[in-house]
Design a protein. Sequence first.
Length: 160
Amino acid sequence: MNIREYTMSDLKQMIMIWNEIVDEGIAFPQEDLLDEQSGKRFFASQSYCGVAVDENNNVLGLYILHPNNIGRCGHICNASYAVSSLCRGQHIGEKLVKDCIRKAKEIGFLILQFNAVVETNIHARHLYERLGFKQLGTIPKGFRMKDGHFENICPYYVTL
């Protein structure tokens, strides 16, 4: 497996993986699925998009990296990670997070912050904590799940 910057030839697979996470309705705040045009615009608007690919250049997972805010808070970045359901459990997410941290430093960000990690997303939370992220607290009922009930969210950050 290799992690590299995405190319236009990756877009179709990236959109499929992204939409899979959005459709699950348990991790990403987005509700609208991407199509070819909106996906192209969405991924192009990021500071960086990394993809994990196998030896045949099949996309196994991806991340997006972008500023969390503007101006005086523009040194803080935010990221999202998506791994195909067919490839979970292979530590692809961990490799994506580590690459994202490296890339964020390279770009010049000083802090990586996650605004809305769903409290029940135990695998992601354990990974972030193992990699040195600190939880900032808990926001009660901050995330509306696909079935309509609310879960707590846990903001995290790491100094780069």
